[in-house]
Design a protein around this ligand. Sequence first.
Ligand SMILES: Nc1nc2c(ncn2[C@@H]2O[C@H](COP(=O)(O)OP(=O)(O)O)[C@@H](O)[C@H]2O)c(=O)[nH]1
Ligand SMILES: [Mg+2]
Length: 214
Amino acid sequence: MVNQPVLAANDRVAERNRGYFKGLGLLVMNVVSSPGSGKTTLLQRTVAGLGSRLRTGVIVGDLETDNDARRLREAGARAVQITTGTLCHLEAGMVARALTALDPRSLDVLIIENVGNLVCPAAFDLGEELRVVVLSVTEGEDKPLKYPPIFSTADVVIVSKMDLADAVGIQMDVLRANIRRASPRAEIFELSAKTGAGVDAWCDFIAARRAASA
Ligand SMILES: Nc1nc2c(ncn2[C@@H]2O[C@H](COP(=O)(O)OP(=O)(O)O)[C@@H](O)[C@H]2O)c(=O)[nH]1
Ligand SMILES: [Mg+2]
């Protein structure tokens, strides 16, 4: 159980972030998943896909290393790494501090890649407009039912690694039904960051949301 005063303090900073993002017309997404489900690979594709349309910045959180920020810079993003040490989630204040390195006034979209974990990030609002949960087909059909807090608060659920769906024998009808149950209001995308299949629809969705929030 997370300490209530810590959550209340985080919520206050998150609200301040939200007001600031709104004032700038910046579309902000908080991307959450288990480690290794393909967040960074998808964000590399996303940054490249939005490249000619929207200026995208990325804040990426991991316990250690700046590997992901380097991968995202290679894809053309402005990216800043937060290393959390032992902490299993990002907090709103960390995002506010990291953002100063990205010149937010010159961005259209800010993507926050949270620490890989389906539990801790659920309780920490970062001030995002969209909470995006990535679930790869290799994780099994039952995960949406096992992690209710993160799935019930998702605005978008992305089923990733679709190129592996047949190889791992996932039952897509069961997975889709479980996502619908756990995330009743979420938009659902199915894609492969490896082949690129489905990534255009995802980028079009981001562009439409950004146009609506600008
Ligand atoms: N087959 C396949 N592998 C993928 C895909 N997306 C990512 N991966 C692989 O999954 C591993 C973890 O990816 P990464 O993007 O680092 O995941 P993250 O930990 O969620 O940021 C890497 O070996 C990627 O090459 C995909 O769409 N298909
Ligand atoms: Mg990553």
